[in-house]
Design a protein around this ligand. Structure first.
Ligand SMILES: C[S@@+](CC[C@H](N)C(=O)[O-])C[C@H]1O[C@@H](n2cnc3c(N)ncnc32)[C@H](O)[C@@H]1O
Length: 235
């Protein structure tokens, strides 16, 4: 029987000494990880503003993009969301969930029980994880990219997508919209409309569709989200 605690892949166990700038970035990343660990250690899944029982818009965009069970999907910053449950229930068998927070991933694994074995779980920073080249057909991110307030981090993220997604693959990214909050979980965010979100990724990402969602938080306030759905062109 599945134990409910799939070991996480931790990429930096044998890391080499770091350049000072990279060291500073690593310290910053550690602080961000601690922040998210604190959030998930102190709040139940439905006590965070981004909670939805189901990520229905994301699920629709993913199933529209490909209904092949072998589709290689990554949900970056998946946290405790039930998207992975819905993807597995829909028959997808190659789903990866990545997050900085081991606690969040453990909550999702426990909720899934034996079905957690149908997914791959990676505790890592999406901006620095050593993704293999062209390993995903679909990249999904709801409410992670907007935390990247530093241009260098955004550039690193976009490089990661360009590396990890196959040519012609699908990229779905959702951020707070122009009328969305200025912060999420106590952290500053960058808000985007469809144009500026697409601009942040560049011309290699062909914009297929975009939409706006009025997300209702568990306490009844509305947060505007913008989704961009792109196809990755050949490098
Ligand atoms: C606002 S929550 C969204 C969770 C989920 N995507 C959803 O929509 O319910 C942001 C998530 O991204 C994770 N996260 C933030 N920065 C990250 C990074 N650089 N790499 C990986 N995960 C990150 C956090 O731990 C958290 O789980």
């Amino acid at each position: 029987m599945y134990s409910g605690r799939t070991p996480f892949y931790r990429p930096d166990a044998n890391a080499l000494p770091l350049h000072p700038i990279i060291f500073e970035q690593a310290v910053c990343a550690m602080k961000i990880t601690e922040h998210w660990e604190r959030i998930y250690a102190t709040k139940r899944p439905h006590q965070v503003s981004w909670y939805r029982r189901h990520l229905d818009v994301s699920l629709r965009l993913i199933t529209n993009a490909s209904d092949d069970p072998a589709t290689r999907i990554v949900d970056v910053g998946g946290g405790e969301s039930t998207l992975v449950d819905d993807l597995i229930a829909a028959g997808y068998r190659d789903v990866t969930v990545m997050d900085l927070s081991a606690t969040a991933l453990e909550v999702a694994q426990r909720r899934l029980g034996d079905d957690a074995a149908h997914a791959t779980w990676i505790q890592a920073d999406v901006c620095t994880h050593p993704f293999r080249s062209r390993v995903f057909d679909i990249w999904h991110d709801r409410a992670v990219f907007h935390f990247l307030t530093d241009l260098r981090d955004r550039a690193a993220y976009v490089r990661q997508v360009g590396r990890a997604v196959r040519d012609g693959g699908h990229v779905i990214v959702a951020t707070f919209g122009p009328d969305g909050p200025l912060q999420c979980s106590g952290l500053d965010v960058v808000r985007y409309d469809a144009q500026s979100l697409h601009d942040a990724f560049g011309m290699r990402f062909a914009l297929v569709d975009h939409l706006t969602e009025a997300h209702e938080t568990p306490w009844g306030t509305i947060q505007q989200f913008v989704y961009c759905y792109c196809k990755l062109l050949r490098d």
